[in-house]
Design a protein around this ligand. Structure first.
Ligand code: BES
Ligand code: MN
Ligand code: MN
Length: 475
């Protein structure tokens, strides 16, 4: 029997201003995990969630994670919470992150990044609106709407919200493993709302993610930054070496030039070949979210395959390089190049690291430079692919149809959520990714937004999913 959801949906609509206000308060806390100076704000954001959850009647624990490796800085606490403890109900464990990417108005934002700004077309702009504060608050809002509608909450809800996801989920694996048989012991399934629709119209359920290995290459030589008029042509320059190393990693069409990577990639099966045609995804929407037409492929299938099931290597930046406007004639003494590899089945983290180290060391050796070089991984994370043939996915599909009036696509994604596989392995339960935002939200980019419609309907979706979960037969 379809669950009675009408009064819940009405209550979400009635409370929508309060829910937007809650998002405004969350966006106003600049919880940037990668900047040491912002760490107090990250902690404040965790406290905000804990306070809101406590007010809603949840049992909340703030768990310390100790020091950030290699620093004197405390990691932000994990917010663990439980709402409901009824042995006759299913228990769903949800995960999200309350940290965000850095943002400054001068990066090119049209509005202040840490002030939620609502546009006439319904875009709610602000850092973290879609990644991942809107979805995290979605769970809190679903609880509130049930309370004020006077409807019984359909499941026991366990929550795990962390503050270091954008930095590789430092410290969280250990906590998940330690709590698998404790705080998370009665979880029947896991749900993560931290990805996006493939386009702007059709919702999706996601069953795969790529992993992410993030590397640094340091090159140094001179004792201090130098005048290029005095030392140019007399000193071997670290940046010259680094740029030559970085240019040897990947080509214009995204081909990874490191031996030992392509060999690890799982072959395409006949079944998989047929999966791509039905996915609602067009090159036009890709061009729209890309903001240009500079794609490597011009067809949907190869593009989706490149994003979902092929590895990629991206160059991110060079620490220590002159990057300000103007024309400073400096020779940087030490530079650190940053790049990452998105990993896919059946790549192995250690094998991939070894291939990278061997290749970079080899390229550097061939340069014949007197400078010094060091290459190492800053963080690594495994890829994840699950089976969508599970009641967890069936419930989410029914909820999607009920809220959005269409069947969801079943998708994989190119991005990474490092702890997804950890949750699956530690709990032994099915993990579902249930996105709220859409492809044009611009996570990590300037003018990040969450459409008001996706936020409000997304809150209905998360609540409806829990009701359908309660009704699914076990399989
Ligand atoms: N929400 C994203 C993950 C994501 C992005 C999933 C796009 C699906 C599509 C998450 O906040 C994120 O940005 N993750 C990082 C992880 C990295 C730091 C290990 C990422 O993918 O870069
Ligand atoms: Mn995220
Ligand atoms: Mn992110």
């Amino acid at each position: 029997m379809a669950p009675q959801l009408d009064s819940y949906f009405q209550q979400v609509d009635a409370l929508s201003d309060a829910f937007i206000e809650r998002l405004r308060q969350a966006v106003a806390i600049p919880s940037v995990s990668s900047e040491a100076a912002r760490r107090p704000d990250v902690v404040r954001m965790g406290q905000f969630l804990a306070d809101e959850l406590t007010k809603l009647g949840a049992h909340v624990e703030l768990r310390p994670l100790g020091k950030q490796p290699g620093t004197d800085l405390d990691l932000p606490p994990v917010v663990l919470a439980r709402y409901g403890n009824d042995k006759n109900k299913r228990t769903i464990l949800v995960y999200g992150h309350y940290d965000v990417q850095p943002a400054q108005k001068t990066d090119g934002w049209d509005t202040e990044p840490f002030e939620l700004t609502i546009m006439p077309d319904g875009r709610m702009c602000g850092r973290g609106s879609t990644d991942d504060k809107g979805p995290v608050l979605g769970w809190l809002n679903a609880i509130e709407a049930h309370k004020s509608a006077g409807i019984e909450f359909p499941v026991n809800l366990l929550m795990c919200f962390e503050g270091m996801e954008e930095y590789g989920s430092e410290g969280l694996d250990d906590l998940i493993n330690a709590e698998a048989k404790k705080f998370f012991a009665d979880a029947d399934a896991v749900c993560i709302s931290d990805n996006y629709w493939l386009g702007t119209e059709r919702p999706c359920l996601t069953y795969g993610l790529r992993g992410c290995n993030y590397y640094s290459v340091e090159v140094w030589g001179p004792g201090a930054d130098l005048h290029s008029g005095v030392f140019g042509g007399t000193a071997q320059e670290p940046m010259t070496d680094l740029v030559r190393i970085m240019s040897s990693l990947v080509d214009t069409n995204g081909n990874i030039l490191i031996p030992g990577i392509a060999e690890q990639v799982a072959p395409v099966t006949a079944e998989e070949e047929g999966l791509y045609d039905d996915i609602s995804f067009t090159m036009e929407t890709l061009h729209e979210s890309l903001g240009s037409k500079t794609t490597i492929f011009d067809d949907k299938k190869r593009t989706l395959m490149a994003r979902w099931r092929q590895p990629s290597l991206s160059l991110h930046g060079i620490e220590g390089a002159f990057s300000a406007p103007g024309a400073k004639t400096v020779i940087p003494a030490k530079v650190i190049g940053k790049f990452s590899i998105r990993t896919v089945p059946n790549m192995d983290i250690d094998k991939t690291n070894e291939a990278v180290y061997r290749y970079v060391e080899d390229v550097f050796k061939k340069l014949g430079s007197k400078n010094s070089m060091k290459v190492y991984a800053q963080h690594t994370g495994k890829w994840w692919v699950a089976s969508p043939k599970h009641w967890n996915f069936s419930a989410a599909a029914k909820a999607t149809e009920r809220v959005w009036g269409v069947k969801p696509d079943f998708t994989r994604e190119g991005g990474s959520i490092p702890v997804t596989l950890t949750f699956e392995q530690a709990t032994g339960k099915n993990v579902l990714l249930l996105p709220m935002g859409s492809s044009t939200d611009g996570a990590h980019s300037i003018n990040e937004k969450l459409d008001k419609r996706n936020y409000i309907e997304g809150i209905k979706l998360l609540g409806a999913y829990l009701h359908y979960v309660a009704e699914e037969p076990m399989n």
